[in-house]
Ligand binder design. Sequence first.
Ligand SMILES: CC(=O)N[C@H]1[C@@H](OP(=O)(O)OP(=O)(O)OC[C@H]2O[C@@H](n3ccc(=O)[nH]c3=O)[C@H](O)[C@@H]2O)O[C@H](CO)[C@@H](O)[C@@H]1O
Ligand SMILES: C=C(OP(=O)(O)O)C(=O)O
Length: 422
Amino acid sequence: MDSIIVTGGTELRGQIPIAGAKNACLALMPATLLSDEPLTLTNAPRLSDIKTMTTLLESLGAEVRSMQEGRVLAMSSHDLDNLTADYDIVRKMRASNLVLGPLLARAGRAVVSLPGGCAIGARPMDIHIAGLEALGAEIELRDGYLHAVAPRGLKGAVIEQRFASVGATENVVMAATLAKGTTVLRNAAREPEIVDLVKCLHSMGAHIEGEGTDTITIEGVDRLHGATHPVVADRIELGTYMIAPAIAGGEVELIGGRMDLLPAFCEKLHGAGIEVSETKLGLKVARSNGRARAVDVKTEVFPGFPTDLQAQMMALLATAKGTSVLEETIFENRFMHAPELMRMGAEIEVHGGHATVHGVERLKGAPVMATDLRASVSLILAGLGAEGETVVSRVYHLDRGYERVEEKLSACGARIERVKGE
Ligand SMILES: CC(=O)N[C@H]1[C@@H](OP(=O)(O)OP(=O)(O)OC[C@H]2O[C@@H](n3ccc(=O)[nH]c3=O)[C@H](O)[C@@H]2O)O[C@H](CO)[C@@H](O)[C@@H]1O
Ligand SMILES: C=C(OP(=O)(O)O)C(=O)O
């Protein structure tokens, strides 16, 4: 297994290009299942999760051609010869459950393994199931698999989600594009990845309104056609690299970055004394006034502070002046980076969904272990500002969501290298 070694203490200066969003691409790829014509995605990120989704789509009979070193994904689902998403693939990546809605809508049947829980929480699928059942699907759990059928086809309905789940919104919106009649989805997720998915569905001929608000209305159509769609910028990669100069000092321009993708996050960085400004090419982040200041953070659905940036923010607050309280409201077990940061000298107390962080002047490098995707990168960020060497092991989690992390950071002067494992 590969490790990443970071030697802290160098200010960062330079530019970092932001890739297409993993979480948008993982919803856009299954949209190919809705049409027998080709769907091409441009600005795709090069990540192991994208390879996993490729394997899943291919297992269903779709063709996925990766071009321009993975930047372009040309997909065709002309023939679907299998309607089962196998446990061996789904267990690797929860977003595999996003084939359920499209398969049901196009083929009237789907068998999708339940993904099970993961390190950050239990992550059930009841909201997905309730939404698809409201559209007329009959869904049964047998042998760990969801067996879904729509014997009379899907039919538009009014659906009120008990929580604005990102994945359930994506599954229901995709399924409703081919349902008969109108679907009104209330308490829909408003994340930019949903807006991007709807943009792509529009290009495929879907009739959808209200994306980006809490009510999405979908007028079903008989068929969707092919399209080409550019994947939106990855706001979580963006936020991650915005924190890098905030921790290490210096000034970095994030090419393709936009404040509207991260409104609450940009506000908190500002509150912590970090300068964020718009440039012609993206966003510029600078820390010129010494240590950051403590701020309290509560994770919320969009446009609130994203849970996927909570670990990275904790790494920043670990060396801020004063005490900060981080509240995690989306996942029940998403503070696993705290004990690793404590191995580097951070002073953190975790009580249920709250973490109290007493900022210290400086962290010290240590061997640490990545437990999940965002936890991994938070340890790298912490290492950038720490004294000495930080060795982050188990970085396969990192490769799920960050491409060329060492190259992007070392281009700005960071001392960071990957050591290949067995
Ligand atoms: C591939 C992808 O896009 N992943 C993102 C997506 O995950 P994902 O789509 O899985 O996240 P959800 O919004 O569905 O989950 C949020 C919360 O709702 C709960 N829940 C969800 C569905 C359900 O049927 N029942 C239920 O109880 C989950 O357990 C969790 O506690 O949004 C999360 C919240 O912004 C992000 O952290 C993930 O990075
Ligand atoms: C939690 C994440 O991903 P997933 O939903 O695929 O587990 C993430 O991207 O931080």
